[in-house]
Design a protein. Sequence first.
Length: 666
Amino acid sequence: MADDDAETELEARLAEQDAFEPPESFVEQANVSDPAIYDDFEDDWPACWETAADLLSWDTDYDTVLDDSNPPFYEWFTGGELNVSANCIDRHLEERGDEAAIEWVGEPVEEANRTYTYEELHREVNEFAAALRELGVGEDDIVTLYMPMVPELPIAMLACARLGAPHSVVFAGFSADALATRMDAADSEYLVTADGYYRRGDPLDHLGKANEGLAGVEGDVSDVVVVDRLGENDDGFGHGLAEDQHDYDDLIADHEGASVDPVARDAEDMLFLMYTSGTTGKPKGVKHTTAGYLAWAAWTSESVLDIKPEDTYFCSADIGWITGHSYIVYGPLALGTTTMMYEGTPDHPERDRLWEIVEEYEADQLYTAPTAIRAFMKWGEQYPERHDLSSLRLLGTVGEPINPRAWKWYYTNIGNEECPIVDTWWQTETGGMMVTTLPGVKTMKPGSAGPPLPGVDAQVVDGNGEEVSPGQAGYLTVQKPWPGMLRTLYDNDERFIDEYWAEYSDTDSEDPADWVYFPEDGAKLDDDGYITVLGRVDDVINVSGHRLGTMEIESAIVGTEGVAEAAVVGGNHEVKGEAVYAYVIVEDGYEGDDGMRERIITAVEDAIGPIARPESVVFTPELPKTRSGKIMRRLLEDIANGEEIGDTTTLRNPEIVADIEDAVGK
Ligand code: WT7
């Protein structure tokens, strides 16, 4: 058979195939390969989670695995004490001190990349922790980190953890306003930031944005540390440092050789806050704690990502999101492996950048997002073909559903049919992976995340909370607590209960069996118990794997001069998964023209950041509303997707639908 024919035949076979067995070569070496783990964990729940706790080094042993006496405020490994930075660094020094902890790849290609061995990481984390302590940072002070993908970001996280000071990382792509809101919400008086970073070869002004954000902070800000990423006086932005602003390198030099004893923290002490979008305009401060979170990140890194200390593991996410927290920093470092960080974008200087990095560093795993895979697919397989990707042993995806076509492209063109793919469902709130295949055990089904992990009681239920039968769609729920779960929303226990528990729980009950966690995703169950996640059922849009609240975007738009009303929905997008569609009514005396459109887009970028930029702004004389005045978002979604419009009989103003369709068509 000619090569071409063989290839066509292979493609046809792959396209039809809806189940793939893990490659034998992978199973033989997998960290977890015994299927008995599912039954064992179920029989031994919650004690099964000692398996995760055993991956950590404790200063004081815990007394109880799970304290469920006050649901939904569950506590894990109570009585135990440990320090996260000691777990991620110090305990590896003896065996792995000279091995790379972090391999950092900078963006301009001529940039000197940096390697931090465990020894070097230990030194700099100690020095920075000493500096922070001198600035006044103590246990339980929340430090905001508004930083791009530079090594100083994980160093700052670990320095905070060493001191017992929780961090709140704000994604560098977020706007000045978003920074100010988050600092105030967390009562955070300390900020670590950077002068700038590079995007596709050009320096970006980050300190200007940080300064603008700081000007908007209502609470006291005591100190600001600025990492010099662009090179002194070399950035052309010329902000200089204000009186309360310290140069990172100066602080490190002042504390050369300093050593800070890791502060023993209670298992349930806060490790960090991470703000995420919800249904209301106000972001939610998701609180994660010390032991349960780290145990979860470490156990899932080991069992799902199959990380071993000698691996070089590459996750292409940004540390500004939960994926980077759990699976660039905490999970991999807890296991003592080499974790990679890439500052730039996958298409600079060319569209083979990731494959060049995989080849050069001989990466063992690659964990990325479906949106990236769809972009790679669009660019074509000639880019991965230029490189030797045979070092890869496992592939992963996260952030949104992956369509089977993209899954198969990834499997063939990146994994060469030799790597299992883990499609991992989880959320900022879950701390780590919840639903996915164990790669050394389970059959893979493209498009379906898989069964719940061992010990995770995820179920798909109907509107009444009853489990659906196979083949049916319903709502994803988690029926039992797990160590990595959020503990509450910062300063807002009530909203915590409302958002995640109220839907399916008896909130008056003290019996944990009456409490059910609702992640606000729709899902489908198949005959083998595999869960296919269908997407959000709340007013949250998932753009390129990132959560954006429609209310947040709407309030930014309504703040624009001349805008009377706005509705925002998610519409399908070939690469981003979903994109932001805005429908806007202008006030009398204003024109819905290009100038107005630009002002609206700028307002959204200023309030949130470029990721929330509307794909399309449609001016309309009215919005479709029910008789009770509720905007019919479902209809607007249909219009955005160019779908046939469903039932409009409940509308107060059905005639408006044709007008909007006309406006979209324009
Ligand atoms: C939401 C969580 C998990 C870190 C990145 C996003 C969606 C996530 C999958 C997946 C289908 C997924 C869900 C979830 N999601 N992973 N494998 N398949 N959907 O974290 O910003 O907290 O968003 O992302 O809708 O609820 P996040």
